[in-house]
Design a protein. Structure first.
Length: 244
């Protein structure tokens, strides 16, 4: 089994700096999701440090989470309101909760973190199991761009250089498998430090097929959380699937 198949890997490597200000403002997502929640209860897969879940819960919704990384959960618990959110520690593809939920959501490209073949499909099937009739499953991902992949693979991206350290980032794509491995490498006086990361990306129509196989239908698709129209030029999408 690949190291990247470990669902807790990302959190162990990145939790310490996850809330450093580089993540998107959650407010547009929270506004969008609140409008679909129908009073709740609500489930966030890969809840992380609660970037979206905590402000959503602050609006009066009962929010639960699934998170594979205990390090991420610890940071969520340290935030105001974090102790009150039920979080199941486990693989999001297994959706290890009972439901039913009126809304399940998975944001910020995290569906693609399921790199092992078949796990994204299993995630959809398990979401369908815990969705209430008519409930919504919301996915946010980027739209893969082969031109950008080619450009990224040919670059050594310099992230940081100081007098006593340097950090670079490299990518390797497998076009046939629709996967990539990204390595963030830091060199300093203590040695070489590796932070691997992988994704299995998919185009919107492929995600639609996974949903349909799980008994979910595409209800709406937008270019972003502001509900801008999705078209052939869109770089990302927010897709709403419904059960029944």
């Amino acid at each position: 089994m690949s190291l990247l198949d470990d669902p807790g890997l990302f959190g162990r490597l990145w939790a310490a700096g996850y809330d450093n200000g580089s993540n998107p403002d959650p407010a547009p997502a929270v506004d969008f999701l609140e409008g679909l929640a129908d009073g709740g209860p609500v489930l966030e897969l890969a809840i992380g440090t609660g970037r979206v879940a905590l402000p959503l819960a602050a609006r009066g919704l009962a929010v639960e989470g699934v998170e594979a990384s205990e390090e991420m959960v610890a940071r969520l618990r340290a935030k105001p309101g974090g102790e009150q959110l039920p979080v199941a520690v486990g693989d999001m593809a297994d959706v290890p909760v009972s439901g039913p939920f009126t809304l399940v959501y998975l944001v910020y490209n995290t569906l693609f973190n399921l790199v092992r073949a078949g796990r994204q499909e299993e995630c959809f099937r398990n979401v369908a199991r815990v969705l209430a009739p008519g409930g919504a499953f919301v996915i946010e991902t980027y739209v893969p761009d082969p031109v950008d992949m080619e450009r990224t693979e040919q670059q050594v991206q310099v992230w940081d250089v100081t007098e006593d350290s340097a950090t670079i980032r490299l990518h390797r794509f497998d076009r046939a498998a629709q996967t990539f491995v990204r390595q963030t490498i830091r060199f300093d006086s203590a040695g070489v430090h590796l932070k691997p990361f992988g994704m299995r990306y998919a185009w919107p129509e492929q995600i639609d097929q996974m949903a349909a196989q799980a008994g979910l239908r595409l209800a709406d698709r937008y270019a972003d959380w502001h509900r801008r129209p999705f078209d052939a030029e869109s770089k990302s999408h927010v897709s709403v699937y419904r059960r029944g």
